[in-house]
Design a protein around this ligand. Structure first.
Ligand code: GDP
Ligand code: IMO
Ligand code: MG
Length: 430
């Protein structure tokens, strides 16, 4: 049985939500394994838009089990709010179809206060985080001070842990000129929602083990993208988790052999939100056009996304690091009507040519793209549902990308709508 991991190949917002929703018709279980509500995944089903932050994108389908794994950092108030918002849209969410790992870490008000204060302290060098408290929560997890979902079962221990955690952070907040966060207030707020949260809680690794032994199909849903990975991304302008496919195992509690197909969700051009290097960025009318046609505004923070040409160097690197079996190429339609399209095929670093993204932040900022120019197409690909509907130049563009990244296109997406998707190879079938 072929379980699938979906991950982002670039800097996030590649269209993972749409593809996970589409693929989830073929899966039994959908699992988020990292990140938190910094993610913003948009699905459009028969014209109705659903925006998901923490909930797996399989939640809108009946009869699927959605799981939030241990690798996710969970703001419990935001989770409950998201559940309510979706329920109002008619989505059925009950402990029978949603499970939260009892060993996931909780994002608390202090984490958001720290995120904000640290960004201010960084000044010019700010990361441009989503200000959701993601980084500080992961810091606490690694520092072994974190509060986990299972701590809600034991209020006395919870209070003791909160007191120690706040003692540490309030010194820091004070030093940054920010008001301290009150232990009692956080404790009371947590106790108000504790029963609700615990009603969804379970032993995820066991449930996944059972699912595997029953030959059920599991879809692992990544958030962010490879270039935002804490190890492999454009550090320090990254998020605080591993976003790569191997995290699917650690972040949910299965062995690495559980993932049989790695699908890299890949935009037909490139976008980035926040600060950091972006070699193919087009801070000009080309970028403006891509942004307008692609509606490139953050789902989460409403920030304008930076736009640029497709970077084959980065996606090829992402393909290797993730062990990608195939890609889902999204937003091809956004390139409709361009006379010519550029693809970055290599980098210049000083007087050298290189074919990878260097690790040093100085070198990352210095690399210059080497472009190849291909002919565009005037016809519309928007909403195309078969390969035969694509103009010859669009097919050529797709084939060239496959060649440059040495990875086949498994799925092609031509609009935000669920069914405007062309399947070349079913990733669930070996
Ligand atoms: P994610 O974070 O990777 O799930 O991506 P987002 O949902 O943040 O951003 C992708 C945006 O593009 C969403 O608004 C989608 O509805 C939209 N989208 C996805 N696929 C396509 C496509 O093939 N064409 C167009 N025009 N829009 C798409
Ligand atoms: P999805 O899942 C795009 C970016 C932020 C910032 C950096 C660190 O929708 O693709 P953080 O709040 O995580 O500490 O911010 O990472 N970032 C994203 N960019 N899509 C996302 O998620 C992102 N999640 C975080 O803009 O640059
Ligand atoms: Mg997004």
């Amino acid at each position: 049985m072929s379980n699938v991991a979906v991950i982002g190949s670039q800097w996030g917002d590649e269209g993972k939500g749409k593809i996970v929703d589409w693929l989830s018709s073929r899966a039994d279980v959908v699992v988020r394994f990292q990140g938190g509500h910094n993610a913003g995944h948009t699905l459009v089903i028969d014209g109705v838009e659903y925006k998901l932050n923490l909930l797996p994108s399989g939640i809108v389908r009946q009869g699927k089990l959605s799981i939030i794994g241990n690798g996710v950092v969970v703001n419990p108030w935001c989770l409950l709010k998201e559940i309510e918002t979706l329920k109002e849209k008619g989505v059925r969410i009950k402990p029978e179809n949603l499970m939260l790992a009892e060993n996931a870490n909780l994002i608390l008000p202090v984490h958001q206060a720290l995120d904000q204060a640290m960004e201010i302290t960084r000044g010019q060098n700010k990361i441009g985080t989503t200000n959701r408290g993601i980084g500080p929560c992961y810091e606490d997890k690694v520092a072994r001070r974190g509060i986990r979902v299972c701590d809600l079962y034991h209020p006395e221990l919870l209070k003791e842990k909160l007191t120690k955690m706040m003692f540490h952070h309030n010194i820091l907040l004070k030093g940054m000129g920010v008001d301290p966060v009150d232990v009692e207030a956080t404790y009371d707020k947590l106790m108000e929602i504790s029963a609700d949260i615990l009603s969804y809680t379970g032993v995820v690794w066991k449930v996944l083990d059972e699912a595997r032994s029953e030959n059920k199909k599991i879809l692992f849903e990544g958030a962010q993208g490879t270039m935002l990975d804490i190890d492999h991304g454009t550090y320090p302008y990254v998020t605080s988790s591993n976003t790569v496919s191997s995290q699917a195992a650690a972040g949910s509690g299965v062995g690495p052999d559980a993932v049989k197909f790695v699908l890299g969700i890949t935009k037909a051009y490139t976008t980035r939100v926040g600060t950091g290097p972006f070699p193919t960025e087009q801070d000009n009318e080309v970028g403006q056009r891509l942004g307008e046609r692609g509606k490139e505004f953050g789902t989460n923070t409403g920030r304008k996304r930076r736009c640029g040409w497709f970077d084959a160097v980065m996606v090829r690197q992402a393909a290797k690091i993730n062990g990608m079996s195939g890609i889902a190429l999204t937003k091809l339609d956004v390139l409709d009507g361009l006379d010519e399209i550029k693809i970055c095929v290599g980098y210049k670093l000083g007087d050298k040519e290189i074919n990878h993204c260097p690790s040093s932040q100085i070198e990352q900022a210095e690399v210059e793209p080497i472009y190849e120019t291909v002919e565009g197409w005037s016809e519309s690909t928007y909403g195309a549902r078969s390969w035969a509907e694509l103009p010859a130049q669009a097919v050529k563009y797709v084939r060239r990308i496959e060649e440059l990244i040495n990875t086949p296109v498994t799925l092609l997406s031509t609009s935000p709508e669920r069914d405007d998707t062309i399947l070349m190879h079913d990733p669930f079938v070996d």
